[in-house]
Design a protein around this ligand. Structure first.
Ligand code: ASP
Length: 453
């Protein structure tokens, strides 16, 4: 894709540095505010019909800073659907051949499923080795359950609907009955993908004098969207400042983090192992060095971390993989939107660790067969998780139910779910990027990138 923007040329500091500075500044800002006498002062106010006590710092940040973060996330989500639409139609039309599309589809889905199975297995190995659930005292367990029972039951109710669905429901839901309805809900990304693929196939099948103006239109449309991503990224440092600043004032107290230290450690170690796994397979298969891969995808990882949403990060992931990792657009436009919705290695790993942790905390000893069952359900549950904050926890309910682990145990891990969500989202995105490099290499569509770093 042609790079023709003065915005890029004016940049002095690399994007990832600007985002990191924004993140650190956001955290420091809230910490300093919380430490001032005014910031610490508690005020009573009414929210959603309930009276609650909040610090001045929390009120200030939620009134004046958090909206900036929400605007940033919304602008990213805003372009996700048009981006998938335009780039996928153009990508499929460029393949010029339906057999190429099915070849790529099969490869993509099989690698996605394989990486997810590996992620769950890594999660199970780590959690069985560290045994975090055995270190949690009965008293802490009961305290946690008492404090988070309400929040947990909300997630359990959300999962109820999914659980009641018939076996073919997921397939049935793939086909939208109205494209405008599908496109009007970011949660229906798979339906938009299906429509765009279908449209692209139609374009391949009609004579080229008819299809070329349509392709040219989507090509131009796609360029506009890519330019919008550049513009949004100009404000990314401020957006992440606001998001992290809001997180700090909303964070639960440190004692809970300590109680859940070993559990969190298992998730973090597992996620780090996944990153090592990705850079290794990318290196072995494409001969691209780990530093090349990480440098290319780093800003998207940081955004995934700040937004906790693979869907919101998708526009940036696509841009980075294409321009900085050298994957051709025909591949990114297909592999990445599908990956953002169905390939969640970080989420599946976390679900496996969380399920075993809860079982251990309740003194249950899970047999090998039950653990193998978790491999299957966590893989499916991660595929079914929406690419939005906290979705992995909703689907965890299903994993728990299948394995006969008390669902109330969800309350145990609630306190640390947000930071772990941030980390697993970064891993989800990294997995999508790694797989698109593998698919691109296997199809001869991996090139020298326009830029790296
Ligand atoms: N937040 C994750 C994502 O968007 C999903 C989850 O694990 O909750 O990728």
């Amino acid at each position: 894709m042609e790079k023709s923007n003065s915005i890029k040329k004016r940049k002095k500091l690399a994007l990832h540095w600007r985002i990191i500075i924004g993140m650190i500044a956001g955290v420091l800002f809230s910490l300093v505010l919380l430490a001032t006498p005014w910031g610490k002062e508690m005020t009573q106010l009414q929210r959603g019909g309930k009276f609650m006590e909040l610090s001045n710092a929390a009120i200030f940040v939620s009134n004046w800073i958090k909206p900036v973060g929400n605007m940033f996330i919304n602008s990213l989500k805003l372009i996700a659907v048009p981006l998938i639409f335009a780039s996928l139609i153009k990508g499929v039309a460029d393949l010029k051949d339906i057999s190429k599309l099915s070849g790529m589809g099969l490869r993509t889905i099989s690698i996605y499923v394989a990486t997810t199975l590996i992620a769950v297995t890594i999660g199970l190995l780590v959690v069985n080795a560290i045994q975090p659930g055995t270190s949690i005292s009965e008293e802490t367990r009961d305290d946690l359950i008492a404090s988070y029972a309400g929040d947990a039951s909300q997630k359990i109710n959300l999962a109820e609907e999914q659980r009641e669905a018939g076996p073919l429901r997921a397939l049935e839901d793939l086909i939208p009955n109205n494209i405008f309805f599908a496109a009007s809900d970011n949660g229906n990304m798979l339906q938009v993908i299906v429509f765009a693929l279908f449209f692209g196939i139609g374009l391949i099948l009609i004579p080229s004098e008819k299809s070329s103006p349509v392709i040219a239109f989507f090509d131009g449309f796609n360029e506009v969207i890519l330019k919008l991503i550049d513009l949004i990224m100009l404000v990314a440092p401020y957006g992440v400042f606001a998001l992290l600043s809001a997180l700090v004032v909303e964070a639960p107290n440190a004692e809970l983090f300590i109680a859940l230290f070993w559990y969190s450690l298992c998730v973090v170690v597992g996620l780090l192992l996944m990153i090592v796994f990705y850079v290794t397979i990318v290196f072995l298969y494409t001969k691209k060095r780990p530093s090349f891969f990480i440098k290319g995808i780093f800003p998207a990882q940081l955004l995934g971390f700040s937004t906790s949403s693979s869907a919101a990060t998708l526009p940036v992931t696509m841009e980075r993989v294409e321009e900085h990792l050298g994957v051709r657009e025909e591949v990114t436009s297909f592999v990445l939107p599908i990956g953002a919705t169905i390939n969640m290695d970080g989420t599946s790993l976390y679900q496996a660790v969380a399920a075993i942790f809860i079982a251990q905390a309740f003194g249950m000893d899970l047999s090998l067969a039950a653990q193998l069952g978790i491999i299957a359900t966590a893989t499916l549950a991660s595929i079914g998780s929406a690419a939005v904050p906290g979705a992995g926890m909703v689907m965890l309910v299903i994993v728990l139910a299948q394995a006969g682990i008390p669902e109330a145990g969800l309350a145990l891990i609630f306190a640390v779910d947000r930071p772990l969500d941030m980390l697993r989202t970064s891993v989800n995105i990294t997995g999508d990027a790694a797989v698109s490099m593998l698919v691109a290499k296997s199809l001869g569509k991996l090139e020298e990138p326009i830029q790296n770093g």
